[in-house]
Design a protein around this ligand. Structure first.
Ligand code: DON
Length: 570
């Protein structure tokens, strides 16, 4: 019965959605898209979108709403929203200034490059689950810092929606119940997770069950009362360190005290009339997207045609080259010398495409990284987009890395810890859980941030924010964000069309062109295979939640139909 309900709702949603697409960039309203809004919040989860909207209604700006959404997602989307993880925020204000905040996790001080080696062998499970998989969480420091600099409301005010959702509970949706049930065997391995995320009577969760999180509500209240000290010191910190001891983890009080989020200059890319402000390293997306856009600049993309074999081939070859550079050059800029400006120098990207051929796919084995002049060598995610009534824009991508992170919840404190250590190069040449092969600039070092693909981005035209972009999906984030931009900027799609149409992805290694099932026609696939591409069908390449502002200033919110997000505006 419940699944039938779900199915009917899903089908109606799809029907309305395709009617909307069929109506083109008109004034139609889709079930999942609001337009004409004064302010708009698009997140992966309905209650979190409403929490952000309520904060805007109370007079908060886009940053206030973003902080409220981040905390609300920690309650309503425990598989990705979090207190025990990290993320990135990109801000573009209506006065034309832009800024980005890095609240990525850091390796604990006791971490070292061999921490996942046992008897001479790399053991991937150790960086993916359990106490040793976690980096030092950055979310709470990041949110407090963002609010202190830009917020108009108090921490207490923006935390209220999250505290209420945790304390009073909320009825689980079908998908929420399903994902908790799927991971129940993992949760049962850890006492805290078992208490919080499985039912006391041992039965499976059902749609509509009330999901209460009283310990989490108390942790959120401590943050409301004491700011960052409510998390990194006192009771929450004690509980976290205690949990570490139980799970053979290494995060200490000193790690928590020393954690600091960092303001960084966004990478600025330009393409046609657009300027893109993208999260800089330790996000790799900014460099990769800028390189790809530069490599595409000489070509007439509309003439190639959306998702034609030629278009897919050209983009794939640019992706292959950008991801090869990602693997070799990128890492935490505070630890490794990242040749940021060299990698996005148009002369360099032009040279990278000199061996591009229309007739044949390159081989990833032959491509490798580029040669950068005078470079000194040294040593379930979720995205949301918010625009307030003043035109201030905020893009945030935040994660525990895998779904429900390390699967370890802190007993007594009610929140899950991340398994972000898997984003480091745990062993050179070995793929991480996203199949990424990475280099020594991303090797584990105490206090270092692991390289990320999360790419929150804000696209500006004539000094005002026109697109707020970003996605979930590991390395697919980079290509999903790129597709969404190109679909709107080059192919003039509506935002809902842009995020819905099929995507494809190539990440250098493995040398595989992934395409969304049914996304490429059989004759297009044949043409690509004839050029030498190795194709593989794939489900859902990234989940993006986008805001778009058209030439008349009308705001559109477009949640990705691959997830169950929602746009809320007023
Ligand atoms: O930072 C990164 O690149 C990964 N930790 C992101 C993980 C992710 O997107 C999971 N998926 N939906």
């Amino acid at each position: 019965m419940q699944s039938l309900h779900h199915h009917i709702r899903f089908s109606i949603g799809f029907l309305l959605f395709f009617l909307f697409i069929a109506s083109g960039r008109g004034h139609a309203q889709a079930a999942w898209s609001k337009s004409y809004e004064h302010a708009i919040v698009v997140t992966a989860e309905e209650r979190a979108s409403l929490a952000g909207r309520d904060i805007l209604r109370q007079g908060g700006n886009a940053v206030d709403a973003a902080v409220a959404v981040q905390f609300a997602l920690a309650v309503t989307l425990p598989r990705a929203g979090n207190l025990g993880g990290g993320g990135f925020m990109v801000i573009h204000l209506s006065d034309g200034t832009s800024q980005s905040l890095d609240f990525r996790e850091r390796a604990p001080l006791q971490a070292d490059a061999d921490m996942y080696i046992r008897k001479g062998e790399y053991v991937p499970a150790l960086s993916r689950e359990g106490g040793l998989a976690s980096g030092v969480p950055g979310v709470v420091d990041g949110m407090v810092k963002a609010l202190n600099k830009y917020g108009e409301l108090s921490l207490n005010q923006v935390l209220q929606p999250a505290i209420e959702l945790a304390r009073k509970g909320y009825p689980l949706s079908y998908k929420q119940a399903e994902s908790l049930n799927y991971y129940a065997p993992k949760f049962r391995k850890y006492q805290g997770s078992s208490n919080y995320f499985t039912r006391d009577d041992g039965a499976a969760w059902k749609e509509g069950d009330l999901f209460l999180q009283t310990d989490l509500a108390r942790t959120l209240q401590r943050i409301a009362d004491r700011g960052r000290a409510g998390f990194y010191e006192g009771k929450t910190a004690d509980l976290l360190v205690e949990e570490m001891k139980k799970q053979n983890g290494i995060i200490s009080h000193k790690d928590l005290q020393q954690y600091e989020s960092v303001w960084r200059n966004p990478v600025r890319a330009s393409f046609g009339d657009y300027e893109l402000y993208i999260m800089p390293p330790p996000s790799s997306g900014s460099i990769a997207i800028t390189q790809i856009l530069d490599m595409l600049e000489p070509y007439d993309l509309p003439e190639l045609g959306f998702n034609s074999a030629k278009y897919v081939h050209l983009l794939t070859e640019t992706m292959r080259r950008a991801f090869a550079d990602r693997a070799y050059f990128l890492g935490d800029p505070d630890f490794a010398a990242i040749p940021r400006s060299e990698l996005i120098d148009p002369a360099y990207t032009k040279q990278r495409m000199e061996n591009f051929r229309w007739e044949r796919a390159s081989s990833s084995e032959d491509i490798g990284h580029g040669e950068v002049p005078s470079f000194q060598e040294s040593t379930e995610t979720t995205h949301f987009s918010i625009m307030d009534g003043e035109g201030n824009a905020v893009a945030v991508t935040t994660t525990l890395n895998g779904s429900f992170g390390s699967k370890v919840a802190v007993s007594g404190a009610g929140f899950l810890l991340n398994n972000e250590m898997d984003d480091f190069t745990a062993e050179p040449g070995e793929p991480n859980m996203f199949g990424l092969i990475q280099g020594k600039n991303n090797a584990i070092e105490p206090g270092k941030r692991m390289l990320s693909s999360m790419s929150p981005a804000i696209v500006v035209k004539n000094n005002s924010a026109r697109m707020i972009l970003g996605a979930a999906g590991g390395p697919r984030i980079i290509t999903a964000t790129l597709h969404n931009f190109l679909n709107m900027a080059v192919f003039q799609m509506t935002p809902s069309q842009a995020i819905s149409v099929p995507r494809f992805h190539h990440q250098w290694m493995p040398d595989t062109l992934y395409y969304e099932t049914l996304g490429l026609s059989p004759d297009t696939r044949q043409l690509l295979e004839a050029k030498g591409h190795s194709l593989s069908p794939s489900d859902g390449l990234g989940r993006a939640h986008t805001v778009y502002v058209d030439d008349e200033g009308i705001k559109f919110g477009a949640p990705d139909p691959r997830g169950d997000g929602m746009a809320a505006g007023y």
